[in-house]
Design a protein around this ligand. Structure first.
Ligand code: F6P
Length: 539
């Protein structure tokens, strides 16, 4: 059993305190700010977790293969989780166990259901788990997205508690547990589970009898408050499953507190609030906040690239932008994202600023998602209807205020849109983090552009220079659009520079590094290489 180490006095591994591991620091910033990079994370993993297999489990796979006519192509999914965790895997190597969802996925795997990725420059292994249509219905659409998703987000969408979905959810968690155990073999392994699809997996792994598994999980969405959580018929089982983890991470301390309160009320255990630990059945789960982020460097690099310049040119032509002011929003078409509220905010702005009729263009990219579910079909219809209503109301000649594009775009097109936008709206009604807000900031090396950001995102805690809005009050969005348009270039630069510093420093490598370094303070299962490294780090 793994226990958090209490005797070790060394601070968690952090390049800011350990310059050797963080060779890069941006020239135009405070010399003392030292950054986590892909290399420093790689050094941590290969040095201090040497001898451990690194296994990530996430339902959504990072690369999806599809047939296009007679060719096989691959793409990256519209998933904040996949976008964030892929760079970690590129640094660490190892295995990603995920659901094979593409129609050509079967065609490219080997006899162990594995394929090396990224396909053009393989750095790690993707092991695909196959789900039947019934599995997808009960596990992914049903329990994960009709029960856990609405229960965790405060958007007043009622969760559906279906006993058959719960049964399928249990079975699919077992399916993934078998795939993970197969990948781990007898080797010491660090299993890093992503998200709410796998509440039961940590306990299944710990009950497997393998003593050399370190299990951590990151919960990418908010954790509900106890008043909401208490209505779940399987709350005890969910908590028991999650308390199989050695470490459980959330974006915010607020989520950690909600989780600990749920444990306090519904699970037999002892909670040490000081240390943020739960002891149940003699095993300890550490519960900490680790705000997730993006690969700032990579997005920043892309923003400077000739491909993005070309894509900006293409957008201008496609939108017939001329000298109009451009606003933008990009996300999955989800009822948590506040897309309708944002469009209503735009309407409110035009109603109070008639001088901008004909001079403002708003592009909304809304990638269809979970479309088999009634709540998602409903939100898609509503977004279509409201966009049409507003366009009809304000239309003049060939101009209309909203361009709604319902398709996924590659990173080059998205960064190009970020770069062109005078203002960017993230109006989620509730969101664990919202990485799109950070992507916008990383895409603006010119220091221009204004971020309008919902108070109900995790990102608002870090991006204090955004214009905050309560998306439920659509007039606030209208006022923020007016403030964004009126903001001087100097003020934009001041705000954007500060936000860029925050995202550059709190990048995804720091997120991964903080999680791993927290684990390094535990008594890991016997592994000579790690034991030696731990002794070094304690000296
Ligand atoms: O954390 C929630 C999340 O899993 C994100 O990682 C991601 O952006 C989104 O939901 C994707 O959902 P799905 O896997 O259903 O496409």
């Amino acid at each position: 059993m793994i226990q958090p180490r209490r005797l070790q006095s060394a601070a968690a591994f952090d390049p800011a305190a350990d310059r050797e591991h963080a060779p890069w620091s941006p020239g135009n910033q405070d010399e003392l700010i030292v950054m986590w990079t892909r290399d420093s994370l790689q050094e941590l993993i290969h040095g201090r977790l040497a001898g451990y297999k690194f296994i990530v489990v996430a339902n959504r796979e990072p690369y999806v293969h599809r047939f296009v006519e007679d060719r096989i192509v691959y793409s990256k999914p519209a998933s904040g989780m996949a976008t964030a965790v892929d760079p970690i895997m590129l640094a660490s190597g190892g295995v990603w166990v995920g659901h094979g969802s593409g129609d050509a996925d079967h065609a490219v795997v080997d006899e162990h259901d594995c394929v090396a990725v990224p396909p053009e420059d393989p750095r790690y292994k993707l092991r695909r788990v196959w789900l039947t249509k019934e599995d997808e219905q009960g596990f992914y659409l049903g329990f994960s997205n009709e029960c856990l998703w609405p229960m965790s987000h405060i958007t007043f969408t009622r969760p559906r508690f279906d006993a058959r979905d719960w049964e399928t959810y249990q079975r699919v968690n077992e399916l993934f547990a078998n795939a993970v155990l197969d990948e781990a073999g007898d080797d010491p392994s660090f299993v890093f589970i992503q998200d709410y699809h796998f509440c039961l997996l940590p306990r299944l792994l710990k009950n497997s009898g393998r003593k050399n598994l370190v299990v951590a999980q990151f919960w990418h969405i908010p954790w509900p408050n106890p008043e909401v959580f208490r209505v779940c018929p399987w709350k005890e089982e969910i908590l028991d499953g999650l308390l199989g983890n050695d470490l459980l991470g959330f974006h915010l301390r607020y989520d950690c507190r909600n989780f600990l309160e749920a444990v306090d009320r519904f699970a037999e255990s002892r909670i040490d609030y000081e240390r943020s630990e739960v002891v149940r059945g003699g095993a300890t789960t550490r519960v900490n906040a680790f705000p997730i982020s993006i690969d700032f460097e990579e997005t920043n690099r892309l923003a400077h690239s000739p491909e993005v310049e070309q894509a900006m040119h293409n957008w201008r032509r496609q939108l017939q932008l001329g000298d109009r002011i451009l606003g933008a929003g990009i996300e999955r078409l989800d009822y948590t994202k506040g897309i309708v509220e944002r469009l209503r905010g735009l309407d409110s702005f035009l109603s109070t600023h008639l001088e901008y009729v004909g001079r403002l263009q708003f592009v909304q990219i809304a990638v269809p998602s979970r479309s088999h579910l009634a709540d998602y079909r409903r939100i898609e219809d509503e977004v279509d209807r409201v966009a049409d209503e507003i366009n009809w109301k304000w239309r003049q000649g060939r101009w209309k205020p909203i361009t709604l594009i319902k398709e996924h775009h590659d990173p080059v097109r998205m960064v190009a849109l970020h770069r062109l936008a005078h203002f960017f709206i993230v109006s989620s009604l509730h969101d664990g983090m919202n990485l799109v807000a950070k992507e916008f900031v990383a895409s603006r090396p010119d220091g221009q552009g204004v971020l309008i950001l919902s108070r109900f995102t995790g990102a608002i805690r870090e991006l204090e220079d955004a214009l905050p809005v309560n998306p439920f009050g659509t007039h606030e969005i209208g006022d923020a659009i007016a403030a964004a348009i009126a903001m001087t270039p100097d003020e934009q630069k001041r705000r954007m520079t500060r936000m860029r510093e925050v995202v550059a420093r709190n990048n995804v490598y720091r997120w991964g590094g903080k999680i791993l370094s927290t684990l390094l303070h535990f008594d890991l299962p016997e592994n000579p290489a790690t034991a030696e490294a731990l002794q070094d780090s304690a000296r």
